[in-house]
Design a protein around this ligand. Structure first.
Ligand code: ZN
Length: 179
């Protein structure tokens, strides 16, 4: 749950980071920025700001903004019917970005959100500098964290069904409630 004021502030903060990144964005798109607190109510710690660019029945493209040290929680994109699940490529665009996948524990520059150690099992840290990309196979767990300045990244994928994403933290609800 976030307040209306918190949502407006987060949209403005995200919009300013997009502008700073040099990615072209129009003024009216600020109101289209989705502010996701994942139902945890601590947006600056675990959350994300997302501007949908393309969403059809087959593909999706999103601009994701992370505030300084903000974490987009661990999740996977499960199979849906005959679809093996969303496949996704992210491209770092601006700032400092760390992505985490299953594999040998190499967490060093980022950090697991405090008190959340049991719901972040993917501990293989991959720093992504602007221009670098990473591909996630369907069903593979991942989470993202920004460095000290925040991060702007692009996500290209097959169809996004955000409501079906499986988060490791069972308390997470994908739809943001605004008070
Ligand atoms: Zn994902």
């Amino acid at each position: 749950m976030i307040s209306r004021e918190e949502m407006a502030q987060a949209r403005q903060q995200a919009f300013e980071l997009i502008r700073a990144s040099g990615f072209p964005v129009l003024g009216w798109e600020r109101e289209n920025i989705e502010v996701a607190d994942f139902g945890l109510g601590r947006l600056q710690g675990e959350g994300a700001q997302i501007l949908g660019l393309v969403a059809t029945d087959r593909i999706a493209a999103k601009l994701i903004v992370l505030f300084p040290h903000q974490t987009l929680p661990e999740h996977r994109h499960p199979p849906v019917g005959a679809d093996p699940g969303k496949e996704e490529t992210v491209r770092a665009f601006w700032g400092q970005l760390f992505i985490y996948v299953e594999g040998p524990d190499t967490v060093s520059r980022g950090r697991i959100p405090s008190g959340q150690e049991n719901v972040y099992s993917s501990r293989h840290e991959v720093p992504l500098a602007p221009g670098e990309q990473y591909y996630f196979e369907p069903g593979r767990k991942h989470w993202f964290q920004a460095g000290a300045e925040g991060a702007v990244l692009l996500s290209f994928s097959s169809v996004a069904r955000d409501g079906l994403d499986e988060f490791s933290d069972p308390r997470i609800t994908r739809a943001t409630k605004v008070s």
